[in-house]
Design a binder for this molecule. Sequence first.
Ligand SMILES: Nc1ncnc2c1ncn2[C@@H]1O[C@H](COP(=O)(O)OP(=O)(O)OP(=O)(O)O)[C@@H](O)[C@H]1O
Ligand SMILES: [Mg+2]
Length: 372
Amino acid sequence: MSGASPEAEVAALREALRAIADPATGQDIVAAGLIEGIQVRGGLVQVALRAERARAAALEPVRRAAEALLTRQRGVTNAAVVLTAHKPPAAGQQQPNPQPGQQQRPALLPEVRSIIAVASGKGGVGKSTVAVNLAVSLARQGLAVGLLDADIYGPSLPRMLGLSRKPEVRQDRMIPLAAWGLKAMSIGFLVEEETPMIWRGPMVMGALEQMMGQVEWGALDIMVVDMPPGTGDAQLTMAQRVALTGAVIVSTPQDIALLDARRGVRMFERTHVPVLGLVENMSFFCCPACGHRAEIFGHGGARLEAQRLGAEFLGEVPLLLAIRQAADGGTPIVAAAPESEAAQAYAAIARRVWDKAQLRLGSSAGPKIVVS
Ligand SMILES: Nc1ncnc2c1ncn2[C@@H]1O[C@H](COP(=O)(O)OP(=O)(O)OP(=O)(O)O)[C@@H](O)[C@H]1O
Ligand SMILES: [Mg+2]
């Protein structure tokens, strides 16, 4: 959009949104107070739609209709509408997520604008693969990105990024390793792969805190954190010590993995970390020889589960040999084959995550949100 002042552009878009009705009352969504914020930057429009958890599924058609309507407006090249259940924090505040009964210490990583935890309740569902490809996608979209391996027992980043050197230390601070356009840190860069890692709770917290507080991350737009499986010490440390913008929960479509995903979601809710949405990994298998699509673990479970939990479904990633080979070979697929279907899937999820993170941060991050 060009020509008009940002305020006028926002006002025009707000008027246009009056064409959409809140299904609960029939009132238009602007009058119903559902528009939490509208943000315009060039032809890019982002809108936050207020949705109480219980109404999230019912408002999904409204979200889609709003997105379609905005995309048709003159001068708009891309529109993203997200459902938000929480108000964004006030500008400039970097506080850890408030923990009941916990004394607040200043948050680590104050120069990092948004911090996203990639988590699951269950092991082996593809968290690390999602975290790495998400981070590389975000870097390819021009953002300053950090990737932190919070898995102290079983770090994956050295293998997945193809890194084996040790980080330099300057004035008692470690310099993160650079790879694929981002900065990365993992306990695996510091200890040999064969070293048994018999870390106990306090040591996990210590190691994680060091990788945040004693590493020269510099200013970043976004940090992606690859979480260990389960709901243990690392999750608690992250929730208590940094201002987590939100969590992305990874699940396979199997029911059992979804049950665990639910546990992951609840864990973040308990620690007051917003859940940005769910990713379905190993969603379906496309035979590379004949193109046949097989839904090995069932399909669509995460989408349904997201609706049930009032979280957004962020996208699905197919089960592909190329993804595993790329991960094992140290070149994430979004870098190895950026045009592939898999890379496109990760890139779409990355855009959605960035949009949601931006809206959650409000005016403290980049382009200004004009609250209508
Ligand atoms: N979409 C996919 N297609 C094919 N292989 C995949 C896909 N996603 C992950 N994998 C493979 O599955 C294995 C487990 O993935 P990954 O290490 O990312 O899981 P994780 O959830 O981080 O595991 P952990 O709980 O042990 O940390 C890896 O070998 C990875 O290459
Ligand atoms: Mg992992």
